[in-house]
Design a protein around this ligand. Structure first.
Ligand code: NAD
Length: 297
């Protein structure tokens, strides 16, 4: 199939490569040339605008930072809708505000272009291995039709409901993840300040109810003092912003998300915005004056 891929960042590059490996013909664009060059070297055709991607493709996939980028790329000047043609479909895989998904989907429908949302979790590793978890929203028939394309990038694919349901599900994931990183940091900093090695605590509790993928993956980053992203702290701030906006619009309580949002913003303002979101742990370390590093052997 002829597939267009727009947004060749940390996630988009490996996802696009997996589509190539699955035998699809790929047309790619990004405002930054690095990803485009990498995909062209892997066998994709580089074009010079989002409109041109659409003009060449049966299915256009977008993997962009946030809601405004998706609006610009799909609805904007020289954008995807300007390159539309009979039979073209859009899959937006970015994590954005559910209300914007509905708005963009409506504009696409009015232009005669069906749109599916399929935000992902699983990080860069999941993108490289083609094992991402997809949370899809939109027309069920369109979802079924797009499964062969989605399968090339995913390990788990869940149909969550109409447009907006996928990004709502993703926000639940991002909320839990943010609060869990903060909880691990708060508890382990207390333990370390009391004089117990973080690695000893980790090994003692990892197989009980407090064990989790966050504990395994994110605590290890703090213990190794390796905060290279991964998932950038600033992208998580973006997600929590969407969590808070959605919760406030619905009138649901959001005290934990608000608290962690402030802590993440503080760390971003102190130079950690481009680090992995596990850098949130440094907020707790800094106040307590301890680091969660491994003991020297
Ligand atoms: P990224 O910033 O690395 O990549 C986004 C790409 O979009 C960049 O290359 C950027 O140049 C491009 N872009 C921006 N505006 C554009 C435009 N107008 N036209 C064309 N290209 C444009 O981000 P990422 O880490 O790849 O994440 C993408 C999305 O996936 C985000 O919504 C993020 O929240 C979500 N996500 C990321 C991870 C992760 O671990 N990085 C995990 C799950 C979900």
């Amino acid at each position: 199939m002829k597939i267009g891929f727009i947004g060749l960042g940390v996630m988009g590059r490996p996802m696009a490569k997996n589509l190539l490996k699955a035998g699809h013909e790929l047309y790619v664009y990004d405002v930054v040339s690095k990803g485009v060059e990498e995909l062209a070297a892997a066998g994709a055709t580089a074009v010079s605008s989002n409109k041109e991607v659409a003009a060449n493709s049966d299915v256009v996939i977008t993997m962009l930072p946030n809601s405004p980028h998706v609006k610009t790329v799909i609805l904007g000047v020289n954008g995807v809708l300007e390159g539309r043609h009979e039979g073209m479909k859009i899959i937006d895989m970015s994590s954005i505000a559910p209300l914007v998904t509905k708005e963009v989907g409506q504009a696409c429908a009015e232009a005669g272009v069906p749109m599916l949302e399929a935000p992902v979790s699983g990080g860069e590793t999941g993108a490289i291995n083609g094992t991402l978890a997809l949370m899809c929203g939109g027309d069920k028939e369109l979802f079924n039709e797009m499964l062969p394309v989605l399968n090339a990038m995913a390990g788990t694919i869940t149909y969550c409901g109409g447009l907006g349901a996928g990004n709502t599900t993703k926000l639940v994931n991002q909320h839990i993840l943010a609060v869990e990183i903060a909880t691990v940091a708060e508890a382990f900093v207390m333990g370390a300040k009391a004089g117990v090695e973080p690695e000893v605590i980790y090994n003692a509790i990892k197989n009980g109810y407090a064990g989790s993928k966050v504990l395994d993956g994110k605590l290890a980053m703090a213990m190794d003092r390796d905060f290279r992203a991964g998932f950038r702290l600033d992208l998580h701030i973006k997600d929590l912003n969407n969590v808070l906006e959605t919760g406030h619009a619905l009138g649901t309580p959001m005290p934990l998300a608000s608290l962690v949002m402030d802590e993440m913003k503080y760390m971003s303002a102190n130079g950690c915005g481009s680090e992995d979101h596990s850098a949130l742990m440094k907020y707790y370390e800094k106040i307590a004056g301890v680091e969660l590093k491994r003991a020297e052997k």
